[in-house]
Design a protein around this ligand. Structure first.
Ligand SMILES: Cc1cc2nc3c(=O)[nH]c(=O)nc-3n(C[C@H](O)[C@H](O)[C@H](O)COP(=O)(O)O)c2cc1C
Length: 326
């Protein structure tokens, strides 16, 4: 079915994010049930801002902003720049620290009934271990280890080096029984060896993609727009590359859970990821344009899955599109 046909299918979908709703089609990621295959991508969901627009409990999951052992100020401004098809950001993982998260955002989200993916930031293996140890005792449903942010000076080389990733996972795995998701960078020659290192060393899922390194230059001054010079590109521009990487990992590993993200702006974009082999899809930049976008996209996808029972049935039991074709 072509993108044009699926767009036509969607024309009658009524959308009001504040209306209470439940989705007909869910998924299972590493044993954790999601009420929809759609979740929010880390760093693009803010509880205070977004709960005005919708109840986070209706989504598959809410992946929260990366938390570090102590508060991080992030990078100097300007931190974001527009591109014709997305943004370049160098926020630098600003966050109030894991203790604040454990006292504030996490209990509030859990009290609302949300399935929470806690995103973990660190400059070193010690940082990651400290945060994972604290989150291990929390109500978080899944932990997502961000070894792939292009905007911090250290801690992210791990995501480009299978040996370093193996060492980190050997350290983290004994610290928690919660599902561990490794968030992968697209800034590598081949994403499959990195995914293999995650799979073979105790990860329960991979999520991809984080942002591509990019920059913009102000042509009036001849200088970089971002104070950090380079940043991470996200949004519609990265979608085809993200689909290719998800597809490549799925072809290499038929059963391992994959959470896909990168430029998902419609139910049809999400469907593309599911046909590439993802078990779930997270919405990032679209929510920066329209905070209610994850709910709109989940609603559109629910409708699209109605006419794709084989895919919907596979997702509902933790399988993926490749199993339907086997
Ligand atoms: C402003 C901003 C902040 C982000 N912060 C995080 C973060 O804290 N942790 C993380 O793993 N990814 C972070 N990301 C990456 C997103 O979760 C996502 O992987 C990426 O933006 C691609 O998806 P998209 O094109 O739908 O935005 C951030 C992205 C943006 C745009």
């Amino acid at each position: 079915m072509s993108a044009r046909e699926t767009t036509t299918e969607l024309q009658h979908v009524h959308f009001d994010a504040t209306e209470p709703r439940t989705f007909r089609h869910g998924t299972v990621v590493a044993g954790v049930p999601w009420k929809s295959p759609i979740g929010t991508a880390a760093g693009t969901y803010n509880l205070d801002a977004c709960s005005v627009y919708y109840n986070p409990a209706i989504l598959g999951a809410v992946s929260t902003k990366g938390v570090s052992p102590v508060p991080w100020e992030g990078n100097p401004a300007p931190r974001t720049a527009e591109t014709p098809a997305g943004t370049v950001n160098s926020v630098g993982l600003q966050n109030p620290g894991v203790d604040h998260y454990l006292e504030d955002d996490l209990p509030r989200l859990k009290a609302m009934g949300a399935t929470v993916v806690s995103n973990v930031a660190g400059h070193s293996d010690d940082d990651f271990a400290e945060v994972v140890e604290k989150l291990a005792k929390s109500e978080a449903d899944m932990l997502e280890i961000n070894v792939s942010c292009p905007n911090v000076k250290s801690g992210t080389s791990v995501g480009k080096d299978p040996v370093a990733l193996c060492t980190l996972l050997k350290r983290l795995r004994p610290l928690t029984d919660k599902p561990l998701i490794i968030k992968l960078t697209p800034n590598v020659d081949d994403v499959v060896p990195i995914a293999r290192a995650a799979i073979e060393n105790g990860a329960d899922a991979v999520s991809l993609i984080n942002t591509f390194v990019g920059m913009r230059i102000d042509t009036h001054t001849g200088r970089p727009i971002l104070a950090n010079v380079t940043g991470g590109v996200s949004g519609p521009a990265v979608h085809p590359m993200a689909v290719a990487m998800v597809y490549k990992i799925r072809q290499a590993f038929h059963d391992f859970p994959i959470i896909a993200m990168g430029g998902t702006f419609s139910g049809d974009d999400a469907l593309e990821f599911l046909y590439a082999g993802a078990n779930a899809v997270e919405v990032g930049s679209a929510a920066l344009v329209d905070p209610a976008a994850p709910v709109r996209i989940a609603t559109e996808l629910d409708e699209l899955l109605d006419s794709r029972p084989e895919l919907a049935d596979a997702l509902a039991v933790g399988k993926n599109w490749i199993h339907v074709q086997d």
